[in-house]
Design a protein around this ligand. Sequence first.
Ligand code: PAF
Length: 297
Amino acid sequence: MAKRTAPPIHLVRTVADLRDTIARWRAEGLTVGLVPTMGALHEGHLSLARLMAERTDRVVVTIFVNPAQFGPNEDFDRYPRTEASDLEKLARTPAHLVFAPAVAEVYPPGFASAVEVTGPLTGTLEGAFRPGFFKGVATVVTKLLLQALPDIAVFGEKDFQQLMVIRAFVRDLDIPVEILGGPTIREPDGLAMSSRNAYLSPAGRAAAPTLHRVIAEMATAIGAGASITAETARGRADIEAAGFRLDYLEARSLDRLMPYPGDRAEGPGRVLVAAHIGSTRLIDNVPIEAGRARSVS
Ligand code: PAF
């Protein structure tokens, strides 16, 4: 059966047009949700748009491949740009407006400011392997929040450290927006959906589900009281045996994602991983629900 075509979604490219539309909604007393993305939309992004539509009257999705969050040797140039198909996908969600600015609209000549979260949260994990990444994310997300001034903005938990960094500067800078985390959406074999999965070779795609399998096993064992050192060593060996080169594999507490003080998880946390397979870098994470399993046994 032929797919029914949805009416095209409204698209704006300037901050002035974005603000005009939102001002009209505000005048009608409507609430606004924001879904910032870099495009190349997959089911994970679409689920965030749907989540936002359950909470707010009007949903704005932003599509902007932000040069400020890519390092000089990273994939800014080859990052997938699929605007036409993104707009078609969004037309079939409850989203109302797309804001897809050009680089010069976001960073006009003379732009010279930045937002940076310092301290342990940004000095570790992604922050250690991608210098400048969180500064680029914090700067663009601050701009998007101030441009749209939504009631709520949603970010995927797949980028868990990014979500924590965003919560940190929104709190520190008194930005009056509620930040919501959206659950990671996975392929049937467990691979977390990501725009970068498009880079995977068939062999890489076949190996990729190992990441989720290993961190899920680690999180269950560590949550039940197993040694973090032993579980991490076993996890590293499994991931490397599948052909990955690890950047990190860590069990961390929810306190700024710092290491647990001892070798057992004393409270809730996260197992986080970043690893390369071929020329593709993947990240993933799952919760450690420490305490629960032990308290019932
Ligand atoms: O997670 C992303 O896609 C990006 O880092 C974000 C939050 C849209 C900022 O560019």
